[in-house]
Ligand binder design. Structure first.
Ligand code: UDP
Length: 318
């Protein structure tokens, strides 16, 4: 297969590029390097491209005629989306619409889309399955839900087939150390804790201790980036099967929730390092609990996470 990996220079995208290349596919990364790193694209070809630029997209679709597009290129910070929603709707929603238009124009009709647990908002029940009501509480989640809705219409009208994956908390690094997680600024819990362990930060803040959870701190379901990449490949293979039929939406997590305090404790235990922790105010836009039910992905796609213990996810960072 010839695959466009949009956002292949980013955290999850760069792991996807590596896995798809090693599986024997021709991989072309399209990225505007706004948050990604060119030196993270270790395999396949790299093409500079902003998804807002229709002419550039058209040129690249003509040049490579990809069989499928995997789309990882999005802004994904809940807190930032609360203070700068324009950035999220412009890049995530409008940019993706532009990308989908280029696909239809060039008769490329297989699409893998990175969505998010943030489309659900505050859960009515957990674990959250695919049919759980969607009521996002931040612009990030809304920007992704809009795309999910557009995709349904693009399927009905143009025959675009897709697999949407809603990630819970992607975490961890490449086990052979080739790829790391690099965000600037870093805002994610595990990388920030690891910076504190290494002495690169003085303290880790716990955002909120009065949530309705087991210890008052937010609960999340962490899934290793390599397991995520593997199931994306299964998704694209499903779409490429002759007469594969229906588009699909899957939630991806390990089905177990850990509070911020539990994650901090686990890192202390594994590293043996004592580090400073302070309790701070809530971060706007954070739901209290997000835990996935991935039963559908397991049953239908054969999703079988291998690094499924928080302990092993943390060990991949040490
Ligand atoms: N969090 C925290 N301190 C930090 C960074 C994050 O307490 O320095 C909390 C955050 O409020 C959320 C959880 O850790 O409840 C996971 O946040 P992250 O940004 O890693 O992922 P998100 O859930 O936003 O996708």
């Amino acid at each position: 297969m010839t695959l466009f990996i949009v956002g292949g220079a980013g955290y999850i995208g760069s792991h996807m590029v590596k896995l798809a290349h090693l599986a024997g596919h021709e991989v072309i990364t399209l990225d505007n390097l706004s948050t990604g790193h060119k030196d993270a694209v270790l395999y396949g070809k790299f093409e500079y491209c902003d998804i807002q630029d229709s002419n550039r997209l058209s040129e690249l679709f003509k040049k490579y005629q990809p069989d499928a597009v995997m789309h990882f290129s999005a802004y994904s910070l809940v807190g930032e989306s609360m203070t700068d929603p324009y950035k999220y709707y412009q890049n995530n929603t409008v940019g993706t619409l532009n990308l989908l238009k280029a696909m239809i124009d060039h008769d490329c009709k297989k699409f893998i889309f990175s969505s998010t647990a943030a489309v659900f908002g505050n859960p009515e029940y957990t674990p959250i399955d695919e049919t759980h009501p969607k009521a996002p509480i931040n612009p990030y989640g809304k920007s992704k839900l809009m795309i999910e809705q557009m995709l349904e219409d693009f399927d009905s009208a143009y025959g675009l087939k897709y697999v949407v994956f809603r990630y819970f908390n992607a975490a961890g690094e490449d086990l052979d150390g080739e790829l790391t997680e690099r965000h600037d600024p870093e805002t994610h819990l595990l990388p920030l804790i690891m910076q504190t362990v290494r002495g690169e930060r003085e303290v880790i803040s716990i955002y909120g201790n009065d949530y309705d959870t087991k210890d008052g701190t937010c609960v999340r379901d962490y899934i290793h980036v390599k397991d995520l990449s593997r199931v994306h490949l299964q998704g694209v293979e499903y779409l490429m099967q002759e007469g594969s039929g229906d588009s699909k939406v899957y939630n991806l997590g390990n089905g177990e929730g850990f509070s911020v305090k539990e994650v901090i404790e686990k890192v202390r235990e594994i590293t043996g390092v004592e580090f400073n922790v302070i309790e701070a105010n809530r971060r706007a836009g954070d739901p209290a609990t997000l835990i996935a039910s991935s039963k559908s992905a397991k049953k239908e796609l054969g999703f079988a996470p291998q690094i499924n213990k928080l302990e092993d996810i943390i060990k991949s960072l040490v």
